[in-house]
Structures are given as C-alpha cells and as structure tokens.
Design a protein around this ligand. Structure first.
Ligand SMILES: [Zn+2]
Length: 309
C-alpha cells in the first residue's frame, strides 16, 4: 500500500486571480508538470481527488456568516476581499476543495491510510481569519483540519508547523484558544503581515513564533525551525502533525527573502516524518501554502513528497 496520498482537485484551478497576481493558477499546474519528471514517485503515490468541505466543516474555524458570504460572492461572479485577496466565480469550489483535501488527509491518517498526505491545493489558507480572508487566503485549511481531527477523530493533541516565509497569523488566530493545538511558525521578520513576534505566545502559551531576518545562511533557518518544533513538543505528544508547506521560503522567491534550497525542503520534511513516526505512527497531513516561483514550487513539492514517501 502507498505510504503517501497526493490529494488534489481540478477545482483548485478555478480560483481565478488573474495572471498578474502572484498566486495565479500556474502555481498549481507546476506540480503535475514537475511530477512528470519523476515517474517513479508518481507510481508510489495514492492519487486522490479531494472532497469539498461542507459549511459545517468550514465553521469549525470560521464564522458561518463569512463562509456564506464567500459562497454568495462567488455565485455572483466574484469580488475582492482586500487589495490582494480575490474571490472569483470558481473560488468557492476551489476553497472548499482545499479545505476538503486536508479533511480527507485526516480521514486517511486516522482510517485505513495512507498515514501521510500532501494536499496540492490553492488558494492557500494560513492568513485567513475567522470572519474574513486576507493575504490570498480564503479558508484556514490547516486550522480547520486541526479542529476536525479533534472533533471527528478524537485526536487530543495536534501540532501544526508552518515554514512558509510569512507568519501564519490566520492559523494562529484560529487555533490559539485551544491549548491542545500547538502551533509553530517560522517567518521572515519584519515582513507581511507584520504579526508573529517571538513574544506572542497566544493566551495559552501554545504558539511558538520564530521571526527570522532575511538572507541568513540556510542552515540557520533549518536549525531554528527544528529547535522550535522540539521546544513545542516537550511533554506534548501530538496525535497528528499538520504542515503548512509554504515554499516561498526558498531562495529566489519573489515574495520572500529566505535562502532555503531543495535539500532543506527534504531535510525539514524528513525531520518531521521521523518525529511523527515516533509520536503518532507517522500521521502527517501537509498542505501547500505559498511559493510564488512556479517552477521552484513544482520541484519543491516533488522533493517534499519524495521525503514524505
Ligand atoms: Zn507565504
């Protein structure tokens, strides 16, 4: 049986931001293209089409009024939620498939497997707030997943790690009230969205923010990230690990100044896999967040999946 599911949905391509927008449809198309150069990996994956998350599932983390608003705006042809966050006609289908992919990954992890999933989805999710989208994000896919794992699968403790170059402010906002969900976010500082100071630990001290300068040596980021993960899991054994896999932390990304390379993607992934094996029988659900150089993004997803397999 395959050890890794690749969960995707063609509706991810229906979230139409326009080609001038950094979070354009070419990002998601780059993933199957990169996978074509690795036919061996392709055949090792369990390929799954995501389901669409329901209103009730989205409301695990969002205000139901906001959820309905996104659906209505999409049905009316779209609107702009802020300067860079777009709802298009296809965005409801894309957004619900993105969250649904993570929920499917959790159903597999807690069911008959595979224990590990990578959700190749867009729009990303980690900036989305309870009652509004921001920073290209509509729904907090990973945060919804964390609450779903607890509610639906009886997971007590959930660890979320986020190596996107931007602070996962939405994820933090959507999970920090739940002490048994721990959140580790490494991000460029100062940088968009301006939150994520190390001193911001949330009301239950269950948040580990790791703000980092741009342009440091690659290994400094890797070490800082892993040491935060280890600090966050002292006396805390997660039942599942969720990964906000943002690949805008790679060198050369137009929206970030970190210096990670493909080998670091592999290293970070392997480190999380081995910890998850130790903690929870290897349950990991990873979801794509940022990454705005499509070719690099495609390659990074392949390296990430290689390490997850
Ligand atoms: Zn980002």
């Amino acid at each position: 049986m395959p050890s890794l599911a690749l969960i995707a949905h063609p509706d991810s391509g229906r979230h139409d931001t326009g080609w001038g927008h950094p979070e354009h449809v070419g990002r998601i198309r780059a993933i199957p293209r990169a996978l074509r150069y690795d036919p061996e990996l392709f055949h090792l994956l369990e390929h799954r089409e995501a389901r669409h998350a329901t209103h009730e599932e989205l409301a695990l983390a969002h205000d139901p009024v906001y959820v309905s608003t996104v659906e209505e705006l999409a049905a009316r042809g779209g609107a702009r939620l802020d300067a860079d966050t777009v709802v298009s006609e296809g965005s409801w289908a894309a957004g619900t498939a993105g969250a649904g992919a993570v929920l499917d990954g959790l159903d597999l992890a807690f069911g008959d497997g595979p224990r590990r999933s990578f959700c190749a989805v867009r729009p990303p999710g980690h900036h989305a707030l309870r009652d509004g989208g921001m920073g290209f994000c509509l729904f907090g896919n990973v945060a919804i997943g964390a609450h779903y794992a607890r509610r639906r699968h009886g997971a007590e403790r959930v660890l979320i790690v986020d190596w996107d170059v931007h602070h996962g402010n939405g994820t933090q906002a959507l999970v920090q009230q739940t002490a048994d969900i721990r959140f580790v976010s490494m991000h460029q500082w100062p940088w968009y969205p301006g939150t994520g100071a190390a001193s911001d630990r949330g009301p239950h001290a269950n948040v580990w923010n790791v703000p980092m300068e741009a342009g440091l040596a690659r290994e400094v980021y890797v070490a800082a990230f892993l040491s935060a993960v280890d600090a966050a899991t002292v006396g805390f054994v997660p039942d599942v690990v969720l990964v906000s896999a943002g690949f805008d932390s790679l060198a050369g990304d137009p929206l970030g100044g970190f210096t990670l390379e493909m080998d670091d993607v592999e290293r970070l992934t392997r480190e999380m896999v081995s910890r998850a094996e130790h903690w929870c029988g290897g349950r990991i659900v990873s979801a794509l967040e940022g990454g705005y150089a499509p070719e690099r993004l495609g390659e990074a997803c392949v390296r990430h999946m290689r390490a997850l397999v």
